[in-house]
Design a protein around this ligand. Structure first.
Ligand code: 5GP
Ligand code: MN
Length: 345
């Protein structure tokens, strides 16, 4: 049976379907998760819910406007509800992450141990194929949203006709693809532009989505961006730009989850910068975000030094204290060492 036929069968045979995405959900995670539930409900008449490990950031809350409250369960705020839902599910999707590990410590054991049939739809390097009955893995693609769009279009009842997919589904897909390509600045393939063209032709209001994504931030975001570029950014001799948003800075700018989206890309505008690292302090660890220019592997750096991974030029991970560095204030020295070692000939 080909993969689309198997997916079609798995969906037909399921009665309770859940989709899980990665911690700190971004536009692509939410977009693919929402689009899938929209399709499953509207086109297949299924009971479908999106499970997100953490709350939806304020900056992306507009993505929920066409969905009802019951469509999404946030595990961090309603863990029992999330566990119950996983136990009830007979089909689980893992979207925009390479394994259930990325769904976070809270949900991972429930997802892994579930007896549901499991499908992964992902665009990261090295997905954990063995844990899934059906694997859609493609790395030469912009986003999980683009991969999901390709799959949904091929479903028998859609028959390649974009307009047959519900509008909320199409809106969510374009939003996720837009954020993962940094608004068509990276990971854009001919298929990505075809997708955009088809969605806009089908009536998706891209101008509205762009306005929601990029023109509705709080003033704090721009103040913080200015501060980081002016006073915080350091560049190592090897061309690694570093910015650190520690707890003190978070307090000063009333920082909220999701509000630093895109910051890590900014230093790449500097000719000499080969890689950019943004550290955001959390409890007992820094969240690490890495972007690189062609020829430098952000993925290798994330795997080698930051307990993470991702894509070749966009990766992330975590830096724990005291396991990796004695305390938060030692982060800068660690990055200097990493920079020297990683680029040593
Ligand atoms: P971001 O910098 O936008 O948070 O993440 C960039 C990319 O790195 C994303 O594709 C994301 O999936 C991946 N990534 C971020 N954090 C981690 C992590 O802790 N582990 C792994 N394996 N990948 C991560
Ligand atoms: Mn993605």
């Amino acid at each position: 049976m080909d993969k689309i036929a198997l997916l079609d069968t798995l969906i037909s045979e399921a009665s309770c379907i859940s989709a899980s995405v990665h911690i700190h959900p971004d536009g692509d995670a939410l977009g693919s998760g929402l689009a899938l539930t929209s399709y499953l409900k509207s086109c297949r008449g299924k009971d479908a819910v999106l499970l997100v490990p953490d709350p939806v950031p304020d900056s992306l809350s507009f993505m929920l406007k066409d969905y009802s409250e019951g469509d999404v369960i946030v595990a961090a705020t309603a863990p029992e509800k999330a566990f119950e839902r996983i136990q009830e599910s007979d089909l689980l999707f893992c979207l925009d992450c390479s394994s259930f590990t990325r769904a976070g410590d809270l949900m991972e054991p429930y997802l892994r141990n579930s007896s549901a049939r499991k499908v992964i739809i992902d665009h990261h390097l090295n997905p954990e194929q063995d844990s899934f009955e059906l694997v859609f893995s493609e790395t030469e693609i912009s986003s999980a949203c683009e991969l999901l769009y390709r799959i949904l279009k091929e479903m028998p009842e859609i028959g390649g006709i974009t307009e047959k997919l519900p509008r909320p589904c199409l809106d969510s897909l374009l939003t996720g693809m837009t954020t993962d390509t940094n608004n068509f600045a990276n990971s854009v393939f001919p298929s990505t532009l075809s997708m955009a063209s088809e969605l806009i032709a089908a009536g998706v209001d891209r101008d509205r989505i762009l306005s929601e994504l990029y023109n509705c931030y709080r003033e704090n975001r721009l103040r913080l961006m200015g501060y980081l570029l002016n006073e915080n950014m350091e560049i190592t001799p090897e061309g690694v730009a570093l910015m650190i948003i520690n707890k003190d800075i978070q307090g000063r700018f009333d920082f909220r989850q999701g509000e630093s989206e895109g910051f890590v890309n900014l230093p790449l505008a500097i000719k000499e910068v080969r890689m950019s690292i943004l550290l955001t302090e959390e409890d007992e660890r820094f969240r690490v975000s890495i972007r690189s220019k062609a020829g430098t592997s952000a993925n290798k750096c994330a795997m080698r030094y930051f307990n993470g991974g991702g894509h070749e030029m966009a990766a992330g991970g975590k830096l724990f204290f005291p396991e990796n560095i004695p305390s938060p204030k030692d982060a800068k020295a660690y990055i200097l060492k990493v920079s020297e070692e990683f680029f040593a000939k």
